[in-house]
Design a protein around this ligand. Sequence first.
Ligand code: ARG
Ligand code: GLU
Length: 710
Amino acid sequence: MKKSFRFIMTAMLAIAGMTAKADEGMWLPSLISQRIVDMQEKGFRLDAEDLYSVNQASLKDAVVLFGRGCTGELISPEGLLLTNHHCGYGQIQQHSSVEHDYLKDGFWAMSREEELPNKGLSVSFLERMKDVTALVLEGCQAGMSEEDRVEIVKKNSQAIIDEAVKEGKGLRATVEALYYGNQYFLFIYRQYEDVRLVGAPPSSIGKFGGDTDNWMWPRHTGDFSMFRIYADKDNNPAPYSKDNVPYRPKKYFHISTKGVQEGDFTFIYGFPGRTQEYLHSAGVRYIEEISDPHKIHLRTLRLDIMNRHQAESQKVRIQYSSKNANVANAWKKWQGEVKGIKKMKTVQTKQEFEAAFAKWAKGGEFDGVTDRLAAIYAELEPYQFATDYYTETVRTIEIANFAMSIARLFIQEDSLVTFDNAKASELAESFYKDWHLPIDKESFTAVMNEYEKNVPAEFKPAYYKEKLAEYGSVEAWAEDMFTSSLFTDPAKTASLSPADKERVMSDPATVFFNEFLKWYYADVLPVTTRLNQELQLVYRDYMRGQMAYCRTQRIPKAFYPDANLTLRVAYGHIKGYSPADGTYYLPSSTIKGIMEKDNPEIFDYNIPQRLRDIYATKDYGRWTDASGEVPVCFIATNHTTGGNSGSPVINADGDLIGLNFDRVWEGTMSDIVFDPEICRNIALDIRYVLFTIEKIGEADYLFDEMTFTE
Ligand code: ARG
Ligand code: GLU
């Protein structure tokens, strides 16, 4: 049974591959031979083995998963790495203070000694990947419950992982489900933990346009930062040590400064995080009509509060810069996503597809699949809504999160663990450094009032209802929590001792977090887990069903596994687009556009004086395009998502031409539905990176270790 299944999958994928035409798709590198002909027809001049090989160095060896959800690439034989400014943002901020404001002024290590270590930051290289479907499913039987299947899959996967990491130093492995568990792949990574900050432009370049321009084209953001990977003397992963030496990669990108033109072939290598291209209409409708709009509204309230306080104080501006950017990012994306889903009439199109599918499926293996999905969604929706609200309200209260993290030091499961003061001080230090009480308090009031208004009574914990009745209003509750909690006072937190368990556990901030958490684990999570497992089970059939249906009905559709933060290839070409009637956007931008936006009065558009001077004298060095201007960004049809930030944008010869960092706002629905007319990724032109290193950072000594192709 397994064998025939695998045969069917392979046959289906091959057929899907043959009929796919648009630039949609995020492909598995180890299976890229199935796409290579199409890639070459579109202009690619290398072979599958150049992209991915387990026998020789290939381009995959120059790409890393950076931190928790970005991509980076090696650009020198000495471990020099390029990623986005917003990917290194947390690190740049960590090293910043009012005295050394690297966010504002930029940072450039002028020698190896000046490179700054970053606790907790790691990068992972993919060693290899492998189809392990048969091994993972060993012991699974048709008709068994999803719960039992999950257990077996977990056990088998763990055994595969344990075996895989035995081979060498710093290895880490995961087994990931593809196509809703129709296929499983093993990914083996080598993870390096000594990664040092080398350089970052000032935010007025690296985040130029800020959240005003975020997700938008035309764009002029110099969104890059540089790090260096360090290894032990044998080139193996090692924790930070001053004796470590620069890592010598198997492969690094050569840099092309030839420039780009509309129509040029491009591809992207990176770690896209999550897409949901095969959703049932009910799932899409929930996103479009319910969850996105509510989440957007809740975040608008929080952002207004943050923005107001940040505008008032330089200190608060730095403290909340990273938090604000995180909240604002998804907030803005969701707005574009809703618009795009509506414009594409995705729900309607899916419903029509489902109706035709259901008719075709009558009496066969996939009979009733779409109805079952609809039924599960109907049951899931109120629980999902409660979860979304919980996540975007209760869980965003900073003091409550902090209180719980301290409380956890007292309530480890084995009672032998006693409260550890050093650990508490460490947590306290990083919390108080970036916490502004008035923001947290006002946010509490704002989001909990929405919670009160919009969440149905049967989805609120009893604790919440009692407390609210007791206080009489959310405002009074906030007043009490933010005055009486011991966590409002760093000195009180600092003096905690093992004897304070009771005090910490009964603190209003701890109780708030903990009571909601208990309610969530008891009343919500079990239901959503069960229903999501049921969904998985049915989606597994629906996935195969969609493939079978499209094949037998000769519907040309490209099937690729949804993104799951595993390495993928996306390819397309440089192309403009029309965002609205009567408007056409060209595919590249230049320094001229920066000057057009420049405005010292507007924070997001206030550029360094140095850049103004350079523009005035046209002191561009060799980093110009045919028109004599410095190119800044370009767009292309590569299918990308969150996680692709920092991904290398590569030309037909395999050379680096840019750095991916965003998508156009009108195309952000591509996580759910891809429109080749409108969906574009946004990349930083590598020449603007080089220009900035030389002319702004004066760190062109770094060029010595790079390889340029002219
Ligand atoms: N939209 C890009 C991404 O999703 C960039 C985000 C960082 N920039 C910002 N202005 N918030 O990661
Ligand atoms: N900026 C995104 C990231 O951090 C990439 C943009 C997107 O979602 O495509 O990965």
